[in-house]
Design a protein around this ligand. Structure first.
Ligand SMILES: C[S@@+](CC[C@H](N)C(=O)[O-])C[C@H]1O[C@@H](n2cnc3c(N)ncnc32)[C@H](O)[C@@H]1O
Length: 256
């Protein structure tokens, strides 16, 4: 089995030993582009447009309560599914001594990453099946998964690897959409318009229901149960966005 590395001025690819076939990455990239609405460039643009909203005061207060980082010391932080790297840049500006690593695999997000300061590195990897070597054991102080987990085929491999990569006591902050009744979902997606008045085509309805399935995978309890089953301790669960999303702080225990 071969291992793939791609180096570029802005990012390196680290695709691991077993799940390394370029075909799998291409398939995943196709899946993600469809999931992101079929237009990657537009999806990246939307990530820029929603950056402030997705890192608003509610998020920053949660971050302040649970990140447990030392402002002026060297800290190792991973942003899993970092998109165009905007939050990494915010962190870098505020904390030049922190070592920041983003993981991403969508080409249209990677293309929008601008020149990075020295303390940020972005690696290309598939977080459905991340190689153990993606990070050295017990090196991360904190990992953030901000709206990544619903896009994974399954999060268990990642959670198990995080148990290795995080230092004892290290934190995982997980933010994601959670399951909601279909009438709430439709009302949000259709901006309050009645489904029966819209005369949507079968293709539009297919997309709408596919999107529903992909954004309604887990309840908050499911996410906590999966983290607990993988050995994390849950510190706080906060419902946000009128219950359509959740912020979960979890801790890698000091010992098994
Ligand atoms: C909803 S976006 C959120 C981006 C960023 N975290 C933010 O808060 O703006 C989710 C990101 O995770 C990335 N992603 C999804 N599945 C992934 C995978 N299997 N491996 C690596 N990145 C993935 C997507 O390409 C996308 O950029």
């Amino acid at each position: 089995m071969r291992r793939f590395f791609i180096s570029g001025p802005r990012y390196t690819a680290f695709l691991g030993w077993r799940y390394a076939a370029m075909d799998s990455l291409t398939e995943l990239q196709r899946y993600l582009e469809r999931h992101h609405g079929g237009n990657g460039a537009l999806a990246a643009e939307r990530t820029f447009a929603s950056h402030q909203r997705n890192h608003d005061d509610v998020f920053m207060a949660f971050w302040a309560r649970h990140s447990n980082l030392q402002p002026n010391q060297s800290q190792q932080i991973a942003d899993l599914g970092c998109g165009p790297g905007l939050f990494l840049k915010d962190l870098s500006n505020a904390h030049p001594s922190w070592q920041l690593t983003g993981i991403e695999c969508a080409p249209y997000m990677l293309e929008r990453i601008e020149t990075l300061p020295k303390n940020i590195q972005v690696r290309i990897a598939d977080l459905n099946a991340p190689a153990r070597e993606l990070f050295s054991d017990a090196t991360l102080d904190l990992a953030l998964a901000n709206r990544l987990v619903h896009e994974l085929h399954q999060p268990i491999t990642l959670f198990c690897q995080l148990r290795h990569w995080l230092k004892p006591g290290g934190r995982l902050l997980l933010v994601d959409m959670v399951r909601q009744p279909i009438k709430n979902y439709l009302s949000h997606e259709l901006k309050g318009q009645a489904l029966r008045d819209l005369d949507l085509s079968p293709a539009q309805l297919h997309d709408l229901f596919q999107h529903f399935l992909e954004h309604n995978r887990y309840t908050s309890e499911d996410l906590c149960d999966l983290l607990t089953l993988c050995g994390f301790e849950i510190l706080e669960v906060e419902a946000i966005r009128s219950g359509r999303a959740v912020q979960i702080a979890a801790r890698n225990p000091n010992s098994e």
